[in-house]
Design a protein around this ligand. Structure first.
Ligand code: NDP
Length: 327
């Protein structure tokens, strides 16, 4: 038996709780991992609270990322004792995930724990940091360079937003942060933002074209915010869209695309090929240090997951939550 969070849905309703789980009930897979740490991402919050249709089959162990040590393996890529890392692949959505002491996974989903990072550090970064780096790389691949002007980050106090600010700033970009929590402005400046704006400036319906303000943007929010970001990009600017914290809709016009040649670059972290994952984690490892990770993350135990997920959904969590699944 091992401890984990289990989400169930039946005639008694939708519910999530900490339970003792039977190893015999783990899903099929060729690598058994003893999990050290997982995290609480926005998607895990949706899954645990039932506020979004994230879970595709029940019962489900949530947790879209994890770091741990291989206990047994039929995969030629991994052997017992190897330290491994997982982000995405539908884990925690359609395959039991990381918020438990054990996970049985497909070896093709795992990458070796990046050299220079501990399991705990890798989960302080987690899927949020990995997604933020994919978004930075998307801007660079579309030609956004530090000399062109400011880069905007929306949802700045969230996990993806916090890392996006730090990674951009540490890569030489001037970052403007948009937040609904202006009281956290000093924290955002410490992460590297040179200016902070109120998210209400971007969250209401806006004009098809606005003043050209940003060379690039990383948007964690979607909806009117993303539409306004498109309208405010400089000529041939790029926005990397990776989130939907305001909404999944995109009430935009084609004006910025056909009059300013802007690019809307989609960022998906879940199904990313191995080479992109390795590149993102290599770049991350070169940019992070203990001070940054301590400033962005805090740790909880498995027993605090349910209450913290509710708080995350209410927008009251700053940065990243690391989960020590063994306490
Ligand atoms: P968090 O909950 O940590 O952060 C979301 C942030 O968005 C909040 O901190 C808040 O920032 C802002 N926000 C919340 N509600 C609203 C609202 N109604 N209107 C405007 N802004 C709002 O989530 P993550 O950082 O983990 O994820 C951010 C987004 O990215 C989520 O939508 C998530 O699903 C998505 N995501 C996508 C991935 C991909 O592969 N594409 C991978 C990982 C995440 P503030 O208080 O500063 O305003």
């Amino acid at each position: 038996m091992f401890n984990g969070i289990l989400i169930e849905k039946d005639e008694r309703g939708y519910r999530a709780g900490r339970q003792a789980l039977d190893e015999a009930h783990l899903p099929a897979g060729n690598v058994l991992v003893d999990v050290d740490y997982s995290t609480l991402n926005y998607k895990d919050g949706l899954a645990i609270t039932g506020k979004g249709p994230v879970v595709r089959s029940f019962p489900m162990v949530p947790g879209i990322d994890l770091a741990g040590v291989v206990a047994s393996s039929q995969s030629s890529a991994f052997k017992p004792g190897d330290s491994v890392l997982l982000n995405g692949w539908g884990v925690g959505e359609k395959h039991w995930g990381g918020l438990a002491q054990k996970a049985r996974l497909n070896g093709d989903w795992l990458i070796p724990l990046p050299a220079g990072l501990t399991a705990r550090q890798s989960m302080a970064i987690g899927t949020a940091g990995y997604t933020a780096m994919l978004a930075v790389i998307a801007l660079e691949k579309n030609g956004v360079t530090p000399d062109q002007g400011k880069v905007l980050v929306t949802g700045a106090n969230g996990g993806v937003g916090s890392f996006a600010i730090a990674f951009l700033a540490r890569s030489g970009f001037q970052v403007e942060a948009s937040t609904g929590r202006p009281q956290e402005a000093e924290h955002l400046r410490r992460l590297g933002a040179v200016s902070v704006i109120e998210r209400s400036l971007l969250s209401a319906p806006g004009r098809p074209l606005a003043k050209e303000q940003w060379a690039g943007a990383i948007d964690c929010v979607g909806s009117h915010t993303l539409a306004n970001v498109c309208a405010g990009l400089q000529y041939q600017g790029t926005v990397a869209a990776c989130g939907l914290a305001q909404g999944m809709d995109l009430p935009a016009s084609v004006a910025p695309f056909i009059l300013r040649g802007i690019t809307l670059a989609g960022v998906d972290s879940v199904m990313r090929p191995l080479s992109d994952r390795l590149e993102a984690w290599r770049r991350i490892t070169a940019l992070v240090d203990d001070e940054l990770l301590a400033g962005i993350s805090r740790e909880i135990g498995l027993g605090e997951v349910i209450a913290t997920a509710a708080s995350l959904m209410e927008g009251n969590v700053r940065g990243r939550i690391i989960v020590d699944v063994n306490r």
